[in-house]
Write a protein that binds this ligand. Structure first.
Ligand SMILES: [Zn+2]
Length: 154
């Protein structure tokens, strides 16, 4: 009776958290436990039920938790920044008049938008100073200018 009661239960193969009991030690109250990552440790019978994972796995998990969270807002901030840095192309409107300042004219001319491109646009010259009339005519009253040269006339 006494012998049976004190007989060491074979815990080999039992699973505790990430640990598997892989075998006995020389000590009856201690076992060799192996974490799923391969790390082995000695565990006492009374501590066996508290096993979760080894220290290095626990550290990795903590690291993951710490880095996983701020990762997303970081990325959002980056795209936000990219949006700020992206130059905003001025959007021109039809059916409004623009004052066009161009070196080719003596005075600013007034034009209507014909076509809009990336950074430039073509305009129909609807009004210009007498001094520029000839040159405007020679271009068939069309001019292509950089958008930064035009101002909407309110
Ligand atoms: Zn581990």
């Amino acid at each position: 009776m006494e012998a049976v009661k004190n007989k060491k239960r074979d815990r080999t193969g039992e699973q505790y958290g990430e640990f598997e009991i892989i075998g006995p030690t020389g000590n009856e109250s201690e076992w060799i436990a192996r974490c799923s990552c391969g790390k082995e440790r000695i565990v006492k019978n009374k501590n066996m039920s508290k096993l979760t994972h080894c220290n290095s796995c626990a550290a990795k998990l903590r690291m993951k938790k710490r880095t996983a969270k701020p990762k997303k807002p970081k990325k959002d901030k980056f795209t936000e920044m990219k949006n700020w840095m992206k130059p905003k192309k001025p959007k021109l409107e039809n059916d409004v008049l623009y004052e066009i300042e161009d070196d080719r004219f003596f005075r600013p001319v007034v034009g209507e938008l014909i076509n809009e491109y990336g950074n430039s646009a073509s305009f129909k010259i609807v009004k210009c100073h007498d001094a520029d009339a000839k040159i405007a005519r020679s271009w068939n009253h069309r001019i292509n200018v950089k958008k930064e040269c035009v101002t909407k006339i309110e």
